[in-house]
Design a protein around this ligand. Structure first.
Ligand code: NAD
Length: 474
C-alpha cells in the first residue's frame, strides 16, 4: 500500500549538473525548512560545488549568490549517494541523457543508461518509501520503465511513486527562470497514490510559484511536453533561419520580417532572431529523440518532419561558414579569422553543440589561422572540443588555432572577424572597433552571426559587414 506523502522534509537530487545544481539550489533557497542534498558520482564536480571560493562547476548569472546563501544551511553537495537517497522523502533524477553514439538508434535515441543506473541504485539502497521524480529529459514512457525497475528491485515495505517534472529553464537565465517559471509541469499516474505524490511535489513549488502556474497532467503528457517544447522552440529558430536565406538574396531584412510577423498575436515576437544556428545540449538531442520515437512508432512522416528542423540548423551553420569563405575571395588559406565567442549562447560557459565548433572546424579545414576569444569558456574546454571535432591532437591543431584572453589580441593581421556568440561585450558601444580595424588586413570584414553589431557604424569605420538575413550586406 502506498504511504501518503504529505510533507517533504528532505530532498535528494541525483546529478549535480546544469539542471540539478541550479534547480535544487533554488528549491533550498525558497524552502528553508527542506534539507536538500545534491549528489553526483563525479567527485571533481562535487568538490567544485563545495569549493571555498565558490568556483562552481557551471557559470550561471545569480547562481553563486543562491549557493552562498544556502550551502551549509539546508543545501549540501555530496558524493555519498546512498546516504542521501536513504534519508530523502523525494528524489529527483537529474542525470544526463545524451544521444546514443553507437548501437541501435545511434545518433538519434537517448542513452538511458544513466537514468537506469540511478533508478536501480535508488531501488537497491532505499530503506523506506520514496517519491521518485524524473527531472531528466527522457523519451515518452520512460517513467514506465523506471517504475518497473523500482518495483522489481525494491526491499519489502518500500513503495515508490513516480512523477515526471521536466525542467524548462534555459541556460544563461536559469536562476531567473527558476524564480519565475512560466509553468511547473508535474505529470503523475491517474491513481490516488499518483495524486498524493503530485500534491506533495506541488506543495514544494508552491513555496514560491503561484498555484495557477503549477500544472498537473498525466505522466505521458508531461514527458512528451518537454520534447515538444524544445522541438517547437528549435523549429522557430530553423523557420526564421530558413527565411534569413531568402532575405539575403532578395534584399529583405530578416529583422523587419521577424518584427512584422511577430506582431501577429497568433505568432508572437519571441524566439524569432535569425542566427548562425541553435546549439546547446538540448534542442538537437531532444528533436532527434522525437525523430527516433516517431520512427519506433512507425510514423516515418512525423520523423521526417522533425528531422528537417535539425537539417536546417546544420545547413545554416555551414552556409554561414561558406559565406565567410566566399566573401574572402574564395579562400581563407593562411588568413587569420578572429572568432568572437565560443559558448553556444551568451551568459553561459557551456559549449555543448555550439555552432562555434562547426565554424572553427570549417575554418581549420580551409587551412585558415583561427584566433578564438570567449569571455567565459575555459581554454581547456575549447581545446577539448576542437580536438574532438577535428580528430586532431592539440599540438597539430595549435599550428592553426590560437586561444586568447581578450578580443583585441585576436585582431592582429586578421582578414575577418566572425561574431558567433551574442555576448553583450561585442554589442557594446564601447567595443573598440576602430582599434580592431586598425589592426586588421584590408579589406577588413565583419561577419555577424547574431545580428548584434551596429553595421552602419562599422561601415563608417571602413569594415565590410555581412549580417545573417540582411540583403544590404557589404
Ligand atoms: P549534466 O551532464 O550537466 O549533469 C548530469 C550529472 O549527472 C553529471 O554530473 C553526472 O556525473 C551525473 N550522473 C550521471 N549518472 C549518475 C548517477 N547514477 N549517480 C549520480 N550522478 C550521476 O546534464 P544537465 O545539463 O544537467 O542535464 C540533465 C538532464 O536535464 C538531461 O536529461 C537534459 O536533457 C535535461 N535538461 C537540461 C537542460 C539544460 O539546459 N542543460 C534544460 C532542461 C533539461
Amino acid at each position: 500500500a502506498s504511504v501518503p506523502h504529505t510533507e517533504i522534509k528532505r530532498i535528494c537530487c541525483i546529478g549535480a549538473g546544469y539542471v540539478g545544481g541550479p534547480t535544487c539550489s533554488v528549491i533550498a533557497l525558497k524552502c528553508p525548512h527542506i534539507i536538500v542534498t545534491i549528489v553526483d558520482l563525479n567527485p571533481a564536480r562535487i568538490a567544485a560545488w563545495n569549493s571555498e571560493d565558490f568556483a562552481l562547476p557551471i557559470y550561471e548569472p545569480g547562481l553563486e549568490d543562491v549557493v552562498r546563501q544556502t550551502r551549509g544551511r539546508n543545501l549540501f553537495f555530496s558524493t555519498e549517494v546512498d546516504k542521501a537517497v536513504q534519508e530523502a522523502d523525494l528524489i529527483f533524477v537529474s542525470v544526463n541523457t545524451p544521444t546514443k553514439t553507437s548501437g541501435v538508434g545511434a545518433g538519434y535515441a537517448a542513452d538511458l543508461n544513466y537514468v537506469e543506473s540511478a533508478t536501480r541504485h535508488i531501488a537497491q539502497v532505499a530503506t523506506s518509501s520514496k517519491i521518485v521524480v524524473e527531472k531528466s529529459t527522457v523519451p515518452c514512457r520512460t517513467a514506465s520503465s523506471m517504475r518497473t525497475i523500482l518495483e522489481s528491485n525494491s526491499r519489502p515495505g518500500c513503495h515508490f511513486d513516480i512523477l515526471s517534472n521536466p525542467e524548462f529553464l534555459a541556460e544563461g537565465t536559469a536562476i531567473a527562470d527558476l524564480y519565475n517559471p512560466d509553468r511547473v509541469l508535474i505529470g503523475a499516474l491517474d491513481t490516488p497514490e499518483g495524486a498524493a505524490a503530485c500534491a506533495a511535489l506541488s506543495s514544494v513549488y508552491a513555496n514560491w510559484v503561484p498555484k495557477e502556474r503549477i500544472l498537473n497532467v498525466g505522466l505521458w503528457s508531461s514527458e512528451l511536453s518537454k520534447l515538444a517544447a524544445n522541438a517547437l522552440l528549435a523549429q522557430r529558430i530553423s523557420s526564421i533561419n530558413a527565411l534569413s536565406a531568402i532575405c539575403e538574396t532578395t534584399g529583405a531584412d530578416v529583422r523587419e520580417v521577424a518584427h512584422a510577423v511577430g506582431l501577429d498575436s497568433r505568432i508572437g515576437s519571441k524566439f524569432l532572431r535569425a542566427s548562425v544556428g541553435f546549439g546547446g545540449s538540448c534542442f538537437q538531442k531532444d528533436i532527434l529523440n522525437l525523430v527516433y520515437l516517431s520512427e519506433s512508432l512507425h510514423l516515418p512522416e512525423v520523423a521526417k518532419y522533425w528531422r528537417s528542423v535539425v537539417d536546417m540548423n546544420e545547413w545554416q551553420k555551414l552556409r554561414f561558414a561558406k559565406t565567410v569563405v566566399d566573401n574572402l575571395f574564395g579562400t581563407i588559406t593562411n588568413k587569420r579569422i578572429a572568432v568572437l565567442g565560443f559558448a553556444f549562447k551568451a551568459d553561459t560557459g557551456d559549449t555543448r553543440e555550439s555552432p562555434a565548433i562547426t565554424l572553427v572546424k570549417s575554418f581549420v579545414a580551409e587551412r585558415a589561422k583561427v584566433a578564438v576569444y570567449d569571455p567565459q569558456v575555459s581554454h581547456d574546454q575549447i581545446w577539448m572540443d576542437m580536438q574532438s571535432a577535428c580528430s586532431t591532437p592539440k599540438q597539430e591543431l595549435s599550428k592553426q588555432l590560437t586561444l586568447h584572453t581578450d578580443a583585441q589580441s585576436t585582431f592582429a593581421g586578421a582578414s575577418a572577424i566572425v561574431v558567433v556568440t551574442e555576448w553583450a561585450e561585442f554589442a557594446s558601444p564601447n567595443f573598440d572597433w576602430e582599434g580592431a580595424f586598425a589592426a586588421m588586413t584590408k579589406p577588413a570584414f565583419v561577419f555577424d552571426g547574431r545580428g548584434i553589431v551596429n553595421g552602419a557604424r562599422l561601415r563608417e569605420i571602413g569594415f565590410k559587414v555581412v549580417t545573417i538575413g540582411r540583403g544590404e550586406n557589404l
